[in-house]
Ligand binder design. Sequence first.
Ligand code: GLC
Ligand code: CA
Length: 565
Amino acid sequence: MEKKWWHDKTAYQIYPKSFLDTNGDGIGDLRGIISKLDYLKDLGIDIIWLSPIYKSPFVDQGYDISDYYAIAEEFGTMEEFDELLAEAKKRDMHIIMDLVINHCSDKHEWFQKALADPEGEYGDYFYFRKGKNGNPPSNYRSYFGGNCWEPVPGTDMYYFHMFAKEQPDLNWENPKLRQEIYNMVNWWLEKGLSGFRIDAIINIKKDLAFPNLEPDGADGMASCWRMVENAEGVGELLEDLKKHTFQKYDAFTVAEVFNMKKGELNQFIGENGHFSTIFDFSAHSLSDGEHGWYDAPDIDFKKWRETVAKSQLEVEKYGFEANIIENHDEPRGVSRFLPEYGKNPAGSKMLGTISVLLRGIPFIYQGQEIGMQNALWNNVEEFDDINTKDQYQLARAAGLSNEDALYVCGKMSRDNARTPMQWSGGKNAGFTLGTPWLKVNSNYPEINVENQEKDSNSVLNYYRKLVALRKSPAYREVFTYGRFVPAYEDTESVMAYYRVEEKKRIMVAGNFGKETVELKLDFPVKTVLLSNLKDWDMENRQVPKDILTLESCEVVVLECGSSCI
Ligand code: GLC
Ligand code: CA
């Protein structure tokens, strides 16, 4: 396999609105990010992904872009952005931006012109269709609820949107539109970006007949992604995009891809794939409800373990995926993947270790490195997220009480990841001197960066060691290119795997159970590289021989002896 510059990198996602506010308006900003570059460098971060910072009405928190060439005033100026790029470069860090090109904002100039004249040049930048007998052209339910077709007032036309009605879908069949997008992508790459995280990209290919589909809900509609699943030919569009942009710059691209067709992984992330990598959401999909969050199942440990292993083994045949436990669209991983008794610093470290040392590119989401957890939501007004509001209504419509609907939204809401970053125990967790745009998690007096800086055993200091281990000269190769081999799959509560290459075998094992377990070791142990509960060096312990004892929520990283391969 040809080695690429990004193979051995560790990435960090910043959600700018909630990262750090420096001017007291309650909204995080570029100055805040610049001021924390050293913090990120110290954590071992190489690549920073910024969720959208373009000009936007923020109906969907910046994923509705009204000007692809401008920085949102809320976040700062283009000069500040250039400064961020330069400061990152000085520290040998890469910046990648979010690329939202399935749709734009209804306030974008293109859409405003299209609305004024749907039959004109800009009408063809979007999908306008006539209704059928006074009804929308087809029965697709958008990702955020309601029909995908929005009537154009005063006409018999509708326009198409898979997300909010303020996010009209762009017509990728139109070569003019494609060229506009390519120019814009190259403009940013010329500025010195190292690549992009590519939003919702699988949706760009539609079934242009837009046929009605078998309803899958009481509303008589079918989820719009079913139409996408029926559409053929997304690969050609993606290749065209890559050829005209990313490829020319050796850019790193990480795509958000759900609903890929079977057998297509190689085309997406293989040696000549459409993208450098895509996110592995397989574990997250385990809590997809059939109808929504209200019927979302809890994560079952064994299913989770099996899913992670299966995905690792599949992916390593072709390339790399990007591993996450959470992002801005998901609840906090600590609250989601750990048992009640593990939602604490030990558990946070264990989950982090299992995730960061998998084969693939680790993406740490802001606050994960201090073990941030879901917030407690007292009423629906506390939520800001458009998706959460829709899911709350859906739950109520399905007969759940206010309390129960709040409970399911509290578990799944995207706002759990969007509460302000907890920098200190001071006012508003040190995020802002003003009023934060979204409430601060009430656990900030316990969980915050300032406290954890002072405590050598903190989650933060552990993450620093963890990332440093992954990148250390002696182990970088095995953690980057080593095979993934699942282990102890027949145990009740242990998630374990080896990372193996020619001369090294590393074992990573965490006990997700409540009771202590003993594992019979299959290979002699040379050293303990990392552990979240015991300090092996300090206590002059012997390395485990024959039997490895793991307490509840204990994780260890062991190097096996040279005779063990
Ligand atoms: C992606 C983003 C999400 C956004 C959606 C529409 O899934 O991650 O935050 O709401 O696309 O752009
Ligand atoms: Ca601000």
